[in-house]
Structure formats: C-alpha cells, structure tokens
Design a protein around this ligand. Structure first.
Ligand SMILES: *Cc1c(COP(=O)(O)O)cnc(C)c1O
Length: 402
C-alpha cells in the first residue's frame, strides 16, 4: 500500500519534471545558447562610459561616476541618500554596523537566503539566528517571527535577549527573495514592539516596490547588490540606502577608510573600511540605470509569457508577486507541489541535469543556511517551510536579454 502510493507520487513527479523540461526547451527553441539564468545586458552607454574612465584615467575611488550613480539610485528609489560600495555583502555588513549591532549579538535572518546575508552577520561579529519563511512571499514569515519572539524573547536593560542563548538580539534582517517584497508592515510592527532595528537585505530587489514605496527605503537602512547576475550590474558592487543624514555621512566616512578631508595628510579617526565603489564600476552602473525601466519592462513581459507557458500545468506553480507588491521578478521560479509536501529529489535533479544538457540554465533555491557546515549550529526556530521550498523550487531563465 505504502509503496504503491510512493510509486504513484514518483510517476506524477516524473510527469511534472518532463513537462517542465519539454516546455522550456520548446519556449527557447529559437534562442541562442546558452540560455542564461540572468545574464547582463550591455546595449546602452556602458562601453562609452567605461571607456571615458580609462581615457581620463579616473578608474579608482574618486571620479564623477560614483556621485552620479549614487544620485541616480537615490532618485529612482526615493531614498534620501545612497552610498555606493564594492559589493552587496559589504553593504550588508555596513548596514548592520550603522543599525548599531554589537559583537556577540544575534541577528534574525531567513534561513532560506543567499549565503551573503549570513556572512555579513558573521563579518559584523554577530551570530545568525535563523528564521523560517512564508510560502506566499518566500521571505521572513511575520507570524512565525512574532510567535518565536514571544517564546524566546526577553526585554531587559533596553535590549532584547534570546532566553535560550542569553545573547542580545541586535537586528532583524529580512530579505526580498527573488525580488519579491516581504511583509514589511507586519515585520516593522514586530521590530517596533520589541525595539529591535530592522535592516533590509534588498540585494535582489532594485525595481521592486512595497505598497508603492521602493524596497530598501522602508526600514531606513538597506543594502543593494550589483553583482553580475542582478537586475542592474556594475561588475561587482553594492549600495546602502539610508534615510538619516547623519548615518549617511557616517556610512560614507567609514566606507572610505575613515579619512578626514585634508589636502595631503592621511588622518583617520576610526577603524574604517576600504569599501568605496571604484569609478569604473560606477560608470557601468550609470549606463545600466539608464536602462533599468526597459529591463524591468522586458522582465514583466517574460513573466506574462511564462504564465501562459505554465498555466495548465498541474502540481507546479509559477511564483507570482504578492498582491501588495510590484516586483522586479529578478528570478522567476516554479514551485512544485502543494504546501509542505516534498517533491521526489531524483526527479528534481533530473530537471536541472536535462536542461543543462540543452544549455538552458536553471537552478534550485539556495541551500538553507542551517544545512551549511558553518551555520548548522546557529540558533533557529523550526524551519519546515525553508526545507520544503528548497526541495521543490526550480529557478528558470529570467534575464532582461531573453
Ligand atoms: C546578491 C546578494 C547579496 C550580495 O551579494 P554580492 O555578491 O556581495 O554583491 C546579498 N544578499 C542576497 C540575498 C543576494 O542575493
């Protein structure tokens, strides 16, 4: 009886896997190979601006493109300040320092995230405290977070402590997974109730709006990434979005080795960081920002085409932005099966392998942090949805060049 049930499940999972492979293969039949998961597109002023850096020799940490790029980011997102840095991971590190976390504290993050979220917590001398995500947003689940804090949280001396570990909780850092905004109002309410600062990992969500406001502008401190596979790229790069003028000034100071302005003397007044984005990267960024609306339009068009492609496919759901959000659809993903049920892992692997043979790039969700050796012993709440989503998600080609 049990094995019969298992066999019918496997044959169903095999059917779903076959359908996904066939449909993507036929969808991209006339597309040049490889079909990238999210490749960069340089069809604007990229070459012109980068060349300008080389010709004028302004390639490093001073130069007009950095300021221009920051201004474009601030204008587009509606953030009062933007500070460009060398990558998204250091942007997160700096964001945590600005939020006031102290060494030895815990930071609440989703377990189902790219490893940079947890690494930035470690770089700040803190311990990731892993939380579960929601099936409907793919980001931090506010109901579970609230219940968990009620269970383990203890307010004392103006701080919140984890009763189980004895450590203070320094920040909550939600992440907008694949560009889909998390439930910020609910998370902010929890942050306010407990008096814990909220920092957004908006690395994937340039061009994503939460109830009309750009992600990363709602918590007051946030990090963006411009890695090669993100919606807009500077080669490598990141930025901080900051609401408060003093904090923005401090961010700029700390990311430029905490050097005091002086014509020729090198005087530094803090342990600073060499996190400043070079001009040559910002040049690429300025050209990419000029194309952002067009990229987003093309990405939304692709979602509409995918909706049609997968509309009638049972046991498989194309993830659609939450109703309160306008998402950049950084990565489209198919979520297999209904809630909490596991998909046959051999069938899942066969999707990635067969499409790789056809040079169509797909990949699973990240391995959750609690499955990685350096984070497996981190404090955590039960992580059933993170595990489940990890076992049945297929990310499919999503770049603006498709
Ligand atoms: C890309 C990304 C980052 C930052 O990555 P960098 O490669 O350092 O720019 C951080 N968090 C998430 C969730 C990301 O996807």
């Amino acid at each position: 009886m049990m094995s019969e049930m298992k066999n019918s499940t496997i044959s169903r999972d095999r059917r779903v896997a076959d359908c996904i492979v066939e449909r993507l293969d036929s969808f991209f039949k006339d597309h040049p190979r490889p079909v990238e998961l999210h490749g960069p597109v340089f069809d604007g002023n990229e070459e012109k601006y980068v060349r300008e850096c080389v010709v004028t020799r302004w390639v490093s940490s001073a130069g007009a493109f950095v300021g221009k790029f920051e201004q474009m980011l601030a204008e587009y997102t509606g953030s009062p300040y933007a500070v460009a840095v060398t990558n998204g991971t250091v942007a997160l590190h700096m964001a945590l320092l600005l939020a006031g976390v102290e060494r030895g504290e815990e930071v609440l993050i989703p377990s189902l995230t790219f490893v940079a979220t947890a690494n930035a917590v470690s770089h700040a001398g803190c311990i990731p405290h892993l939380c579960d995500v929601s099936e409907t947003t793919l980001g931090l689940d506010p109901v579970k977070l609230s219940d968990w804090l009620d269970e383990i949280g203890e307010k004392r001396d103006g701080k919140v402590f984890n009763r189980l570990s004895g450590r203070a909780i320094g920040a909550i850092m939600p992440m907008h997974a694949f560009g889909h905004p998390v439930q910020l109002d609910e998370l902010l309410e929890i942050a306010d109730k407990w008096g814990i600062p909220l920092v957004e990992d908006a690395a994937e969500s340039l061009g994503s709006f939460y109830k009309g406001r750009h992600t990363g502008t709602i918590s007051g401190i946030a990090a963006l990434s411009f890695n090669g596979n993100k919606t807009v790229t500077t080669g490598g790069g990141g930025a901080l979005l900051i609401r408060d003028a003093e904090l923005a000034k401090r961010a700029k100071h700390l990311t430029t080795t905490a050097k005091k302005p002086h014509a020729y003397r090198f005087i530094h007044d803090d342990v600073g960081y060499n996190y400043r984005m070079p001009n040559i990267n910002a040049a690429l960024g300025v050209a990419q920002m000029e194309n952002l609306e067009r990229f987003l339009g093309r990405k939304r068009q692709l979602v509409e085409e995918y909706k049609k492609l997968f509309a009638d496919l049972a046991d498989c759901r194309l993830f659609i932005e939450p109703s309160y959000a306008q998402s950049n659809y950084w990565l489209n993903c198919l979520i297999l099966q209904g809630e909490q049920s596991l998909f046959d892992q051999a069938c899942l692997e066969s999707i990635f392998e067969r499409l790789a043979e056809k040079d169509i790039q797909t990949r699973p969700f990240w391995e959750p942090m609690h499955k990685l050796p350096m984070y497996e012993k981190c404090p955590s709440m039960p992580l059933a949805v993170s595990d489940s989503l990890n076992s049945r998600t297929v990310c499919i080609p999503s770049g603006p060049g498709l």
